[in-house]
Design a protein around this ligand. Structure first.
Ligand code: NYM
Length: 212
């Protein structure tokens, strides 16, 4: 029985284009939540450490070629293989900060032209985030930041399509944060959102599944 007597951690997901600053904000948020005394872990997808993750990594670095549908299913499988650990962590009261999740899966694959409903189907039943934060930056500004690492997808033209896919996928529950604000300002906004979300979960909000 899950109730308010059984406080759980929050599932907080960060999404955005490549070079939007997600990864550094996730690590800043991890440190500040730890400083506030929360039990918290930072995760990311793809998780390149699993067998499936190694296949994904080799695809992203252009060392292997895969059909668009096949790689889509691998990204999804990579989340499914972490689902039960995710549940255990959340139910034991640990908050998870997750750098990319199912929304990336759908946004990047549908940007290639795959049907959006087809893309959403394999994600059905994964844990639904308690909070989705979208770090908003234009594809042009993100490209100006430089440092596209030469991985697959890291090209302006493709990122424009990804931005459109994210727009199609987003809903009113997403918190959109201007990713061009000073780092410290973004950090403060994210901390406030996360702390609010954590208290809602501690008050007994139950875990739900995608696509709810
Ligand atoms: N990506 C990430 C996908 O295409 N599908 C997914 O399901 C996920 C989680 O992988 N360009 C893409 C987005 C990124 C790339 O992610 C690697 P990162 O955050 O650069 O490690």
């Amino acid at each position: 029985i899950s109730s308010k007597w059984d406080p759980r951690g929050a599932l907080i997901v960060f999404e955005g284009l490549d070079r939007c600053g997600k990864t550094s904000q996730c690590s800043r948020l991890l440190s500040s939540l730890e400083r506030l005394g929360h039990s918290v872990e930072s995760w990311r997808f793809p998780d390149r450490d699993t067998g499936v993750g190694q296949m994904i990594s080799s695809y992203l670095s252009n060392q292997s070629q895969l059909d668009d549908h096949a790689i889509h299913l691998l990204f999804s499988a990579n989340r499914w293989e972490k689902r039960s650990l995710m549940e255990a962590k959340l139910k034991s009261g640990t908050t998870l900060i997750v750098d990319r999740y199912a929304y990336s899966g759908v946004a990047f694959s549908s940007a290639k032209g795959l049907d959006i409903e087809w893309c959403k189907a394999p994600e059905l039943g994964l844990w639904a985030p308690d909070l989705v934060v979208y770090l908003d930056i234009s594809p042009e500004k993100a490209a100006e930041r430089g440092g596209y690492g030469g991985e697959r997808y890291e090209q302006l033209e493709f990122q424009r399509k990804v931005a459109q896919s994210y727009r199609a996928l987003s809903d009113a529950s997403w918190k959109v944060v201007d990713a061009t604000l000073p780092i410290g300002v973004i950090e403060a906004q994210l901390r406030e959102m996360a702390v609010d979300c954590i208290s809602t979960c501690q008050e007994g909000k139950s875990l739900s599944e995608l696509w709810s």
